[in-house]
Ligand binder design. Structure first.
Ligand code: BTN
Length: 244
């Protein structure tokens, strides 16, 4: 089997940016992984920051080169990456859920986040930078923190490199699924782990608070919620709906 290319950095602005800069300067092998002990400008979704104490958590980016991956199938990449983290946590006997689109939660606390940055040519995704932040050895106070970590849940430290290697294996299995176009399986796996799927819950959109049921995602990955009041399906982009 080909040796996995892992580059371990003490400190970097962002592991995603590091890959982006490497690509600008030349070719990078498929499946290259960057790990960092610390990020000075860790990026989260929706232009937020991703902060993490030195050496305590997994700060991981993987570079993926695609062939024939159409933009119209992009949601399956998001779904696969989220599901890979669910699978990874199961290896540690941790049951987690995906809060749409790709936040990973244990109960009501976030344990991991995903930031995927794609490069395109025509109708195809050519390459992806898959950034994952997973809370590992940082202890959180359950009373005040809305996040959790492996150490909070398991009561003991876990080697970050061991987690990274397991995560790479999970991701590679799911990338095979994408290459083989097993999209129905990917979607079903995602939905079985989706937080509040088919359960009535409270949300808020531009019209105000409402009760509804998540029915799935559309071809673009938008969240479909059936509002209890009108029994109609409503489609939401990332900033258009809040979980209450
Ligand atoms: C989120 O907002 O939930 C997404 C967080 C993604 C954080 C990871 S940490 C490794 C990689 N490098 C970054 O700058 N961000 C991602």
């Amino acid at each position: 089997m080909k040796k996995q290319n892992i580059i371990h950095l003490e400190s970097v602005d962002s592991t995603n940016n590091y890959i982006a800069n490497c690509i600008k300067e030349g070719a990078l092998p498929d499946n290259t992984v960057i790990l960092a002990d610390y990020q000075t400008k860790g990026k989260g979704q929706r232009n937020t920051n991703w902060n993490s104490k030195i050496g305590e958590n997994l700060l991981f980016s993987m570079y993926k080169i695609w062939t024939n991956f159409e933009i119209s199938d992009i949601k399956f990449l998001n779904q696969s990456v989220s599901y890979a983290i669910i699978g990874l946590l199961k290896l540690y006997n941790i049951e987690s859920e995906i809060k749409w689109p790709n936040d990973i939660y244990v109960g009501d606390k976030k344990i991991a986040g995903v930031l995927i940055e794609n490069q395109f040519r025509g109708n195809f995704i050519t390459t992806s930078i898959i950034g994952i932040g997973l809370n590992v050895n940082e202890i959180n106070d359950a009373e005040i923190n809305d996040r959790t970590s492996l150490i909070d849940l398991l009561g003991k430290k876990t080697e970050i490199i061991e987690i990274a290697e397991k995560l790479i294996s999970q991701l590679k299995i799911l990338f095979e699924n994408i290459l083989n176009r097993n999209f129905t399986e990917i979607e079903n796996n995602y939905l079985t782990s989706l937080y509040k799927y088919k359960i009535e819950a409270k949300y808020c959109d531009s019209e105000g608070e409402f009760f509804g049921i998540i029915e799935g995602t559309d071809t673009f990955g938008k969240l479909i919620i059936k509002k209890s009041a009108d029994q109609k399906l409503h489609y939401y982009d990332i900033k258009e709906v809040k979980f209450l």
